[in-house]
Design a protein around this ligand. Structure first.
Ligand SMILES: [Mn+2]
Length: 289
């Protein structure tokens, strides 16, 4: 699989892409196994130049994709991913995981923590994903942040608008220095939220876990558990600018999960690829300008 059509000359940061076409841990709509291929194709169609930023991804990054990894269940998937990631050095190359459902990124977050013990996770999602287990599985896509919490990794959540009572009770007692949430219904401007994330992360490295259902389903219909009232495209693209305008946290890895393309439509994968491109441009180029 080719991503962003930037594989040739080793210019700028090396972005290592691991496609994970796995949907063995979903609870509702299917199709996340088609996510990586749809994302890869859409990433080849969009311009690498960002007119708003006046920056070209081709100047700051090149891509190398690893062979896709999948399995029949989450535990074997995580074992296979750990093997595939064994020789990845996150100090040198940026890791991009393309899912697959949201059970996928756990091994990447574990690797980030092993490489950077003080790593912080920024989590964009419609769902809090804090249930201890769901439908009998602790590795369900609905539980990823409960597992991250057990690792002791601090988390900042943005765009959440679907929580159960237990999750909200957990969020209420979470110490502010290790866990913060900005619900979709209370979001301030992108500049205000970005400033809060920068204050929270400080000088620590950051890993981004991006569930595409954070985006409003009017623009992102291709996802298994859509939730109305999501992030607006302009809000989100301004948020990345504000987060990395002249500084901001070092991005060491990211995942894009839960993309389940709608048959016959290119919309969702295009939106996902455009967002990922803006993230990479802002984190790699805007931050250092
Ligand atoms: Mn979600």
């Amino acid at each position: 699989m080719r991503f962003f059509d930037l594989e040739g000359l080793p210019r700028g940061k090396r972005v290592l892409v691991l496609p994970v076409p796995f949907e063995g841990a979903v609870s509702y709509g299917r199709g996340a196994a088609q996510g990586p291929e749809a994302f890869a194709e859409a990433s080849l169609q969009i311009e690498s130049y960002d007119g708003e930023l006046g920056l070209d991804l081709a100047d700051v990054a090149h891509f190398q994709s690893l062979p896709p990894v999948t399995a029949s269940d989450a535990p074997s998937l995580h074992a296979a991913m750990a093997k595939a990631l064994a020789h990845v050095d996150m100090r040198r190359e940026m890791l991009l995981i393309v899912g697959g459902d949201h059970s996928v990124p756990l091994p990447a977050i574990q690797l980030a923590q092993k490489t950077f013990p003080d790593v912080v996770v920024l989590h964009c999602d419609a769902h809090a994903d804090l249930r201890p287990s769901y439908e009998g599985s602790a590795l369900s896509h609905a539980c990823i942040m409960a597992r991250v919490r057990e690792l002791g990794v601090p988390v900042f959540q943005v765009g959440i608008r679907s929580v159960c009572r237990e999750e909200q009770d957990i969020l209420r007692v979470m110490p502010q220095d290790s866990w913060q949430v900005r619900f979709a219904w209370e979001l301030g401007s992108p500049e205000v939220v970005a400033r809060d994330v920068r204050d929270f992360v400080g000088n620590r490295p950051m890993y981004l876990s991006f569930d595409v259902d954070a985006v409003d389903p009017s623009l992102m219909p291709g996802t298994g558990t859509p939730e109305p009232g999501g992030l607006d495209y302009r809000w989100l693209q301004q948020f990345w600018i504000a987060l990395w305008q002249e500084g901001g946290p070092e991005l060491v890895g990211l995942d894009v999960c839960e993309l389940a393309p709608v048959p016959g439509s290119q919309l969702s994968q295009t939106v996902a690829a455009k967002i990922a491109q803006r993230i990479l441009l802002a984190a790699l180029a805007l931050r250092c300008r």
